[in-house]
Ligand binder design. Structure first.
Ligand code: PEP
Ligand code: MG
Length: 294
């Protein structure tokens, strides 16, 4: 089986009838970069940068440290894209280095972009690090847990601030770095049309989207029998997002667990998802599945 999959390296992600889809990889640490190269993914569709903060001890990771990690990802992937998601802390991902407090309902609490917009200096430091690394490859920036246009505008404003600083310092960066958002709240689904006029690309976080749509904690084992990853409400949302994003001719991917669910692959290709991003060790199995589809 493993040998069979090895043979798929260098091959296209294409169905029998000729439909292509990008397959990228999700990573969380610099050690994962090697696994991405080994599995022959089309790029890094999701770099969960919050792991840098979770492993950082009592102080947040410095701009220089982050820059080195993002630069390594950018250089390792060459012309292939690398999507850095800004820190998605809070919820189930706590970091000692930031005062995140204790929420009674962590999944719907102080987390994701809300933390970044609140801790402006920490956010700007990360954006500066990403921008500096963008001079060394094909980087994109993605914001997590978006619920409104205002959040996107504020995040983009901070990005502009960081760009202005770097320009003044005569530091190189990609001034056209693509900006995208995660669609993982029902609010983001409902305003996906407006969001599509505000940013360049989208990635659906089906893990949080399912949790928030069903109102069920994705980590509560007692709810497992109700936590249906094929729930028709979720599938309907994915169709709505895809249509809205494509109306504005923007790119739509899925980076939540559904992307690796081989029972869903045919459906997702059929509705026009542009990219699936999965753990590195799932890339070739997904490629095999895609190549078997009619
Ligand atoms: C998701 O919510 O589906 C997602 C990809 O983000 P994370 O799993 O890191 O919350
Ligand atoms: Mg999420």
């Amino acid at each position: 089986q493993a040998q069979n999959l090895e043979r798929l390296k260098g091959k296209e992600n294409i169905t029998q009838s000729g439909q292509k889809i990008d397959v990228c990889a999700n990573i969380g640490t610099r050690e994962d970069i090697e696994n991405v190269l080994r599995c022959d993914a089309g790029g890094i569709g999701l770099f969960r940068s919050e792991f840098l903060y979770m492993e950082s001890g009592s102080k947040p990771p410095t701009e220089e440290y982050q820059f080195q990690v993002y630069k390594l990802a950018a250089e390792s992937m060459g012309i292939k894209k690398v999507v850095i998601r800004t820190a998605d802390l809070g919820g189930d991902k706590m970091a000692e280095c930031l005062d995140l407090g204790m929420d009674p309902n962590p999944a719907i609490g102080y987390r994701g972009i809300r933390v970044s917009l609140d801790k402006e200096e920490v956010f700007k430091t990360q954006l500066r690090a990403i921008l500096r690394a963008s001079a060394f490859g094909n980087l994109s920036i993605m914001f997590p847990m978006i619920t409104s246009i205002e959040e996107v505008k504020l995040a983009k404003l901070m990005l502009e601030k960081a760009k202005k600083e770097l320009k003044k310092e005569k530091t190189a960066f990609d001034s056209d770095i693509p900006v995208g958002v995660m669609i993982e709240t029902p609010a983001a689904v409902m305003i996906s049309g407006e969001l599509a006029r505000e940013v360049d690309f989208f990635s659906i976080g089906t893990n949080d989207l399912l949790q928030l749509t069903l109102g069920m904690d994705r980590q509560n084992e007692r709810l497992e029998r109700y936590f249906n990853p094929h729930h028709s409400a979720l599938l309907k949302m994915i169709r709505i997002i895809t249509n809205n994003v494509h109306l504005e001719e923007k790119h739509i991917s899925i980076c939540g667990d559904m992307a690796a669910d081989l029972e869903m692959t045919e459906y997702l290709i059929q509705i026009g998802i542009d990219e699936l991003s999965v753990a590195p060790n799932q890339v070739l199995a997904l490629r095999k599945k895609i190549r078997e589809i009619q």
